[in-house]
Design a protein around this ligand. Structure first.
Ligand code: S3P
Length: 442
């Protein structure tokens, strides 16, 4: 994929459905009694991996495009798959499904692509084993492939060292089947879609509530609890646009002179909206319009206009609320004036790629002044950026970050492995170009 600076981006865009919510709607729908109707489902490779895993376990799923119907088999209705479950590139599929599989009355092996086979699974194996689960890493390296022998589970109170929604959700899902209450305490609140949606499906979940989209996130640890369930009930789920996908258009609108973009129907759950706080701290002209849906998942239309951005510090409790947006934030910081420090973000090293190393490598190739640190990076912004050959390391968020950054760089940028955007945003490049073409600039 070759890109260059084409000029301002202007117009309206609707980003695809939230990836985390789409996964959960299929999973919880599969475990529920009755049909779950999912509107706005993300047709990205990751969420299709989740559908395929549950189909292999006997769940009938009709994927009609924007609407997906999941005809659930009930909490105890999954069947032993005839083959290995392939989670593709999806950490969410691998980790959340492990919590469910730990409690079934059959054995199963699950694996994924080369990236998944390098990602740490000890973080779920350890708490699930404490609940009584029988999980083995087949190569003995605490990574997939995993052999999970379903068994009876006990409720536990687990204190996690990392703020991870995948870890929390795996434990809560296992807790649906446990013989007592299961609690997970994490150092900072991570995305709470599982807690919200499990409640909607009829599970008994309690959390420390966060009331408004702009409320301050917890800085002292946070606990989610679940009681064993007898049944979940199919629901209608409206999936909002993914703020992690909107992030690229928010950044493009802010970074490229003359731009103005309205991004419609974006999820602004306060456990996901850290990017908006950081953009404002950097001096962004960003307005939320039509804020709605506070009951389920809050959404808004986001209007961004080109802004003179300056550096900031990003660390602490806000990190889990913008973890997937940090590559884009780092690139925005390179185009901004002054210094930005990203800290407490060691989790970036164990994402689809080592996102600290990969961001430093690629930003440096474009002429930015960036230093890698133990748990983040320091970016001294304002150096002129130039086109470069970008290695995406087959990480969708890296490819999209640099497609946007190319809009602020002189000369040609070539993105290697650009197709990996299919994981979360198959139409990303068309939509990016579309905002430019609408003005007849391209
Ligand atoms: C996700 C949680 C986050 C995030 C990932 C999706 C989820 O991962 O980075 O893209 O859907 O629960 P961690 O739980 O590893 O932080």
């Amino acid at each position: 994929m070759e890109l260059k600076k084409w000029g301002p981006l202007r117009g309206e865009i609707t980003v695809p459905g939230d990836k985390s919510i789409s996964h959960r709607a299929v999973m919880f729908g599969s475990l529920a009694k009755g049909t779950t109707e999912i509107h706005g489902f993300l047709q990205g490779a990751d969420c299709l991996s989740t559908i395929s895993c549950f189909e292999k376990m006997g769940v009938s799923i009709e994927n009609k495009g924007d609407v997906v119907l999941v005809h659930g088999n009930g909490l105890h209705g999954l069947k032993k798959p005839e083959t290995i479950l392939d989670c593709g590139n999806s950490g969410t599929t691998t980790r959340l499904i492990s919590g469910i599989l730990s409690a079934q009355d059959f054995d199963v092996t699950l694996t994924g692509d080369a990236s998944i086979q390098k990602r740490p699974m000890k973080r779920i194996m350890e708490p699930l084993s404490r609940m009584g689960a029988d999980i083995t890493s087949i190569r003995g390296n605490d990574c997939a492939p995993l052999l999970i022998r379903g068994t009876k589970l006990h409720g536990i109170h687990y204190t996690s060292k990392v703020a991870s929604a995948q870890v929390k959700s795996a434990i809560l899902l296992a807790g649906l089947y446990a013989d007592g209450i299961t609690q997970v305490t994490e150092p900072f609140v991570s995305r709470n879609h599982s807690e919200r949606m499990l409640k909607l499906f009829g599970a008994s979940v309690s959390t420390e509530e966060i009331e408004a989209w702009d409320s301050v996130v917890s800085t002292e640890g946070t606990t989610a609890s679940i009681s064993p369930a007898t049944q979940l009930y199919g629901q209608k789920v409206m999936v909002p646009g993914d703020i992690s996908s909107a992030a690229y258009f928010i950044a493009a609108g802010l970074m490229v002179p003359g731009s103005e973009i309205l991004i419609k129907n974006v999820g602004i759950n306060p456990t996901r909206d850290g990017l908006l706080h950081v953009c404002r701290a950097m001096g962004a002209d960003l307005t939320l319009l039509n804020v709605r849906g506070q009951e389920g998942e809050p959404t808004a239309d986001i209007l961004v206009r080109h802004s003179a951005l300056h550096g900031t510090t990003v660390g602490g409790a806000i990190i889990p609320t913008l973890i997937d947006e940090l590559p884009m934030i780092a690139a925005m910081a390179a185009a901004a004036e002054g210094e930005t420090r990203i800290c407490d973000a060691g989790e970036l090293k164990v994402k689809e790629s080592n996102r600290i190393a990969v961001m430093v490598e690629n930003l440096t190739a474009m002429g930015a002044d960036v230093t890698e640190t133990e748990d983040g990076m320091i970016i001294r912004g304002g150096k002129p950026l130039h086109g470069a050959v970008i290695n995406s390391h087959l990480d969708h968020r890296i490819a999209m970050t640099f497609a946007v950054t190319a809009q602020c760089a002189e000369g040609l940028t070539t993105i290697q492995g650009a197709d990996c955007v299919n994981i979360s945003y198959p139409r990303f490049y068309e939509e990016l170009m579309g905002l430019i073409q609408k003005r007849g600039v391209c």
